[in-house]
Write a protein that binds this ligand. Structure first.
Ligand code: HEM
Length: 502
């Protein structure tokens, strides 16, 4: 072997050894043990970007560690795989905090052209401290859309009307073929944003819906913040166009026709001195929270219901029982969909367990001994990949990798919600939109299964598509889309309404 080859091998081995030693001397023995794969400091980043959420489930399957450290250049991540450790974290939100992450997301998604007041609000955004921005939202505004509140029905009713119109348009075509994900995601996009922001919401225009798709794909690039002026030029241009459209909507008073939930949020921020430009930037972040996971989640529920003839029959029977007991026996009242259809609801819970994979991200604000055992150092980040907990056979048994809606049923009734389903988070920061989105998705699936027979065009056989994962989105995108034939059912031709849930 020539000398230069020996030298090269020496340099490579020496560098590798040096990096391993560097990790060893800079890691406290009480911290969670370091997981080294490939090139120290470099490989974890490459794996995160390429494998996304799968990286964490793969490592869990190979190593089964409740918590470990990943070392990146200038950064350490503690990855928490255990439900009990996650629950301790949820009880110590002042120390292991979501705040800096939220502020970072708000800052990077909104862009820097916010006013001084806007910058202050962004900085304060994550802080749940009494009297702060988030405190006010959590105390008085988010509860507006909790179960039993009229504002929740208001949102769900508006969404219902938009989706029912979409279903009727589809039925009017007779036997037809659609891309299931493309059709569903458009319905949820229009219904959710129409319900929250009202009919004048500029994102309802087809041109802006397309622009949203470009912006949404780029959110993760904006968050990475590596030379954004080069890496995210098109995304930034698109964002500025959308901000302008939202600003116009606000200046023209479009929000006066928005839901009372959206009006309460906008008033809350206006009272803190934010003008239309800052508000428009803020709403871009909110819109991401409202639609990104929602648009994807409905696909997986419909897929499982229509691809399993037994489950489909059970769901149809219980949805038919929502039919009105009066002069309109063929009209189904969807206001009770989330309380009176246990099988469909169980399937939705199982979809959350089997498909949702949000990664919770936190920052350690001061040194902390997690569970009295693991030292978490100030400034480090904590990642909790919920997908690992969702697949943990220690929690879900030997069928943890299978789809089985019955795990959420007991004697035909829905079981109490499991604290190990983390699709919507947990504790004080748990998603306030979970009731809205659940009813929305159940309604759309109920309307579709009652109005149509749905079959795959591809050889008539259902094949689960691959999952395209996006780091900042809880549900994967099906890839490729599943093409289906939809055939309107007759006898009866079911109609739908949405009265009052309580
Ligand atoms: C399937 C759809 C959705 C999923 C999976 C989802 C998931 C989540 C999760 C996991 C969190 C907590 C994140 C963390 O702890 O790090 C969260 C927070 C939040 N979500 Fe959702 N969400 C969805 C839809 C919505 C909708 C439709 C709305 C509004 C109508 C909404 C509004 C919010 C808000 C405002 C927060 C912050 C709560 C706080 O800081 O107290 N989400 N969401």
């Amino acid at each position: 072997m020539p000398l230069y080859a020996f030298l090269l091998i020496g340099v490579v081995v020496g560098t590798y050894g040096f990096l391993r030693v560097l990790i060893w001397v800079t890691q406290d023995s009480n911290e969670p043990s370091v997981l080294v794969e490939g090139i120290p400091f470099i490989s974890p980043l490459i794996c995160m970007m390429t494998e996304k959420q799968n990286m964490f489930t793969r490592i869990w399957q190979e190593h089964r560690r409740p918590v470990y450290t990943l070392r990146l250049l200038g950064k350490r991540f503690y990855v928490v795989n255990s439900l009990s450790l996650y629950q301790i974290i949820q009880h110590n939100t002042d120390i292991i905090s979501w705040d800096p992450i939220k502020a970072h997301i708000a800052d990077k998604i909104m862009g820097r052209r916010v006013s001084t007041v806007g910058s202050r609000v962004v900085k304060d955004f994550g802080s749940p401290a009494e009297g702060g921005t988030v405190w006010g939202l959590r105390k008085t505004i988010y509860p507006l859309i909790f179960q039993g509140r009229p504002q929740l029905d208001e949102l769900n009713r508006t969404a219902f009307h938009a989706m029912a119109a979409g279903v009727e348009d589809l039925a009017a075509k007779g036997r037809t073929t659609i891309g299931m994900y493309a059709w569903l995601s458009h319905q949820l996009f229009v219904a959710s944003l129409g319900a929250v922001y009202g009919p004048k919401n500029p994102l309802l225009r087809p041109k802006n819906e397309r622009a949203w798709g470009v912006f949404e794909q780029g959110i993760v690039i904006l968050m990475a913040n590596i030379l954004p002026q080069i890496s995210a030029r098109k995304i930034i241009r698109t964002r500025e166009m959308l901000v302008k459209e939202l600003e116009e909507y606000l200046r023209d008073g479009g929000q006066q026709e928005a839901s009372s939930f959206a009006q309460a949020i906008l008033n809350h921020f206006s009272q803190q001195g934010l003008g239309p430009s800052d508000l428009a930037r803020g709403e871009l972040g909110n819109i991401a929270g409202i639609v990104t996971s929602t648009m994807r989640s409905v696909f997986w529920l419909l897929y499982h219901v229509v691809s399993d003839s037994r489950l489909l029959a059970l769901c149809r029977t219980e949805v038919a029982q929502l039919a009105r007991n009066d002069s309109k026996p063929e009209e189904i009242d969807l206001a009770h969909i989330s309380t009176k259809c246990p099988v469909l609801l169980a399937a939705w819970h199982e979809v959350q367990r089997a498909h949702a994979d949000p990664i919770f991200s936190r920052v350690v604000m001061q040194d902390f001994l997690l569970d009295g055992r693991y030292l978490l150092k100030k400034g480090a980040s904590v990642l909790i990949p919920a997908g690992v907990i969702h697949q943990d056979s220690g929690i879900w048994g030997s069928t943890s990798l299978e789809f089985d809606h019955e795990r959420f049923l007991v004697d035909g009734k829905i079981k109490q919600r499991s604290s190990a389903v983390l699709t919507f988070g947990a504790g004080a920061g748990m998603c306030p939109g979970r009731h809205f989105v659940s009813v929305e998705i159940l309604q759309l699936v109920a309307m579709l299964i009652m109005r149509f027979d749905i079959q795959p065009t591809e050889g008539g056989k259902w094949t689960m598509p691959d999952k395209h994962l996006i780091l900042n989105v809880a549900f994967p995108t099906p890839s490729p889309d599943v093409e289906v034939e939809v055939l309107p059912r007759a006898d009866p031709v079911w109609q739908f309404t949405f009265t009052k849930s309580q």
